[in-house]
Design a protein around this ligand. Structure first.
Ligand code: BGC
Length: 761
């Protein structure tokens, strides 16, 4: 937390209202006062908003608060673009249906897609906007939303980066920026205005099926990775005149459901929410993110879409967010249909709007329109409340330049998969692979005669890329371009002098007889959201059986985990020679894996989460002291701790020093450490700095990441790095209402296994 935010927090404290039903909330400040507070210093934009609001009818205003899925006006009869019709039909327009949405319901936003060509996207966006401009009385442009989650995944022939869990493992924020820049270059000009990324939900529950969309379990790592994405997307002047908005997902508490399943209840104490879940979202607000999407689940008994406390008191008043809040999929109606906190759709609409949503991703129906209209006409929802949201939506459209030119590029869309973008995606994949265990087997010898390759992800393109690739859930490799390698095809290329053979469980024993090693790429099939719910974190029986068969051959076994979350193989690891966590490394992942196995690339990824050993016992690295009181040592509870990752060289950490061992809250102390490459090949090392607060009124984590830096060292080379410990940013923690608490006492700075104590007076 930066010092400037301290004051915001204090201000937030004063403004936070007690929790109660949205219906009882007198907004403080009032809706029109809020609207004034949110005015920017761009006088032209603000006066255009005033002018439009003065001219718009109630229906036109409500239409701007709605977002409809593209399936509802496509030529397909199939509901949703997630499944069903072929892509060309999904990204197509039934003009009669579209005109109804625009003329009758004044809809201001649409969403969704699948991977079609950039020309098709351009023509689609052109047609959509043309119809809108003809039938929208005030010529308010459409804003179009797309889930580009790891590169431009809903565009044919695009650059597909590793998923965020891998980006986090690189410990290089530049890759997050590179990913966003590639999305901008490839999609800003074809009408993708609003990108539903990044996800800064904390990777708090490894069972949760959206774990791979997160930057792992640490709030600081998530904060800096997410902020780097926002900068790369929103501040990219090279896409001019086209601009894009990023979206902070999914505010808040989504990622720690009690039972691990998607959109199920989470019980999170206010203090824990403030300390671990708020900071990544706060970092995105500070980076200037233009929109937030809301968690469809409940936190501590209240669905977030109905929570004034979270959507207004926390997000607006404490965190200072001024942009657009969009609901997630169908989440207004679900207040009635699923959560049962509203007796009907009208009450659900009332609750969501009064809690603080600006736009409803309805996404199939227009019932939000009728419900909200009635509520305003009855005087239950004040017009000022509507104006507040519409002003935010209009500001977003104006800031993106949509009023100046709502149309996509009129010539050829920009090239995709530029050399630079693909190079960045490949480099990100390389640096994201974490070598968890290596008993001298890797890198494989140059004169390896035969390699046997097996496992469900050995020859799978979709396995490497996971969900949100070309489709919501890519269920066939036939969808993928021919140039995307699998682990097997990349190994054949990398080891072109070696016999590389694919095996199954049935023939692995016979094929391995004259092999030097067996490579098993195990893991998961792609999934997104609810279809990714699991009953058991253990790798399934068939895959475990394959591993056992491979081990029974007596040949060295190299196990590669290609999965969106940690699947457990604990009992099989002692007999495994090398274990590589590959996560979901994307289109370039096969190449990156083969290069790490051959030694062309020296692995440098580090775990962005704790890889648990047991199904029923996991805790993050930044757990509380008491969590380990009765339990075994870390090494027994986890397969790999946060920050673990082997290299083909070795690094030593020496000379940890602090320039002051006593400081006051107004001073900082600078820590320094020397890292030396003590092996015989060049390598990259992520240097992680932690702080430990020895005693706190609120129980403190055993350590917390505060800073990191990745360096390259040649054999024998040393570098001295520093970290300035700033008390307000690094030693404080939030109270349950978000106020910063800085308690004098004993602290430690920890780096590379060394620690140094200091005192805050
Ligand atoms: C997901 C969001 C996504 C939205 C639009 C929802 O089901 O939770 O992450 O942005 O769909 O596709």
């Amino acid at each position: 937390m930066r010092i400037s935010h301290f004051f915001l927090y204090i201000l937030g404290l004063v403004l936070i209202l007690p929790a109660c039903e949205p219906s009882e909330q007198p907004s403080t400040p009032s809706f029109s006062e809020r609207r004034n507070l949110e005015r920017t210093d761009n006088a032209e934009i603000e006066s255009k908003i005033d002018q439009l609001l003065a001219e718009m009818t109630l229906e036109e205003k409500i239409g701007q608060m709605m977002q409809i899925n593209n399936s509802e006006y496509s030529l397909s009869e199939n509901r949703g673009t997630h499944f069903g019709a072929p892509p060309d039909v999904q990204v197509s327009i039934d003009t009669t249906k579209l005109i109804t949405f625009i003329e009758k319901y004044k809809i201001g936003s649409f969403l969704n897609g699948v991977a079609v060509s950039k020309e098709r996207w351009r023509d689609y966006s052109q047609q959509l906007q043309e119809v809108n401009m003809r039938y929208n009385r005030l010529k308010i442009p459409i804003i179009y939303g797309v889930d580009h989650m790891h590169g431009a995944n809903y565009l044919e022939n695009s650059t597909i980066f590793p998923h965020s869990i891998n980006i986090a493992a690189t410990f290089r924020t530049q890759f997050s920026t590179d990913e966003a820049v590639a999305v901008g270059q490839e999609t800003a000009a074809i009408g993708h205005h609003w990108i539903f990324c990044p996800v800064v939900d904390l990777g708090a529950n490894p069972v949760w099926p959206r774990f791979y969309e997160t930057y792992g379990e640490d709030p600081y790592l998530s904060s800096v990775m997410g902020a780097a994405y926002v900068k790369g997307l929103q501040d990219n002047v090279n896409t001019a005149p086209y601009r894009q908005a990023a979206t902070a997902k999914h505010f808040i508490g989504y990622s720690d459901p009690d039972n691990g399943w998607d959109r199920t209840p989470a019980d999170i104490s206010d203090q824990r929410l403030q300390e671990f879940f708020v900071p990544p979202f706060q970092a995105l607000v500070d980076a200037g993110i233009k929109s937030f999407m809301i968690n469809g689940g409940e936190v501590s008994g209240i669905p977030v879409h109905a929570s004034y406390e979270l959507l207004t008191a926390l997000l607006r008043d404490q965190m200072g967010f001024k942009g657009v809040v969009v609901t997630d999929w169908e989440d207004v109606v679900r207040l009635h249909s699923q959560h049962k906190v509203a007796k009907d759709m009208k009450e659900a609409t009332y609750k969501a709007v009064m809690a603080g949503i600006d736009m409803s991703m309805t996404p199939y129906t227009t019932n939000f329109f009728d419900a909200l209209k009635e509520l305003v006409e009855e005087g239950r929802v004040p017009l000022e409340r509507i104006d507040l949201s519409v002003a935010r939506v209009l500001r977003l459209k104006l800031e993106l330049g949509l009023f100046e030119d709502p149309y996509p590029v009129q010539t050829n869309p920009p090239a995709t998969r530029s050399e630079e973008n693909v190079k960045n995606a490949l480099e990100a994949a390389r640096e994201s692979l974490v070598l968890i265990k290596n008993e001298g087997i890797l890198p494989l010898a140059k004169d390896t005669r035969k390699l046997v390759v097996a496992g469900m992800n050995a020859d799978s393109k979709r396995g490497l890329s996971g969900g949100w690739t070309l489709r919501w859930i890519p269920d066939s490799d036939d969808l993928f371009p021919s140039y995307v390698p699998t682990v097997f095809s990349a190994l054949k290329k990398e080891f072109d002098q070696t016999q590389v053979e694919l095996a199954t469980a049935a023939d692995i024993a016979s094929k391995a007889t004259n092999a030097d090693a067996i490579i098993l790429a195990v893991g998961e099939e792609p999934y997104s959201e609810t279809p990714g719910n699991i009953y058991d974190m253990n790798l399934d029986k068939d895959q475990q059986d394959l591993i056992k068969r491979a081990q029974a051959t007596g040949k060295p076994v190299i196990l590669i985990m290609v999965a969106g979350r940690p699947r457990l193989v604990t009992e099989l690891l002692p007999e495994t020679g090398a274990f590589l966590w590959a996560g979901l490394p994307g289109f370039e992942g096969g190449t990156a894996i083969a290069e790490v196995l051959s030694g062309k690339v020296n692995p440098s990824g580090k775990m962005p989460f704790t890889y648990p050993a047991f199904v029923s016992h996991w805790y993050p690295y930044n757990h509380k002291n008491m969590e380990r009181f009765f339990s075994h040592a870390d090494s027994m509870n986890t397969i790999a701790g946060f920050g673990h990752g082997l290299s083909y060289t070795s690094f030593s950490y020496t000379d940890l020093k602090l320039d002051k061992s006593q400081i006051t809250g107004q001073e900082s102390t600078t820590a320094s450490i020397t890292i030396t490459n003590t092996g015989n090949r060049a390598g990259k090392e992520s240097v992680l700095w932690f702080v430990k607060d020895e005693v706190g009124t609120v129980t403190r984590p055993v350590r917390a990441l505060k800073h990191f830096e990745k360096i390259t060292l040649q054999p024998g080379e040393s570098k001295t790095l520093t970290f300035e410990v700033n008390p307000h940013e690094d030693l404080s923690y939030p109270s349950k209402s978000g106020e910063k608490v800085l308690e004098p006492g004993d602290f430690k700075v920890i780096c590379g296994g060394l620690e140094k104590a200091f005192v805050l007076n």
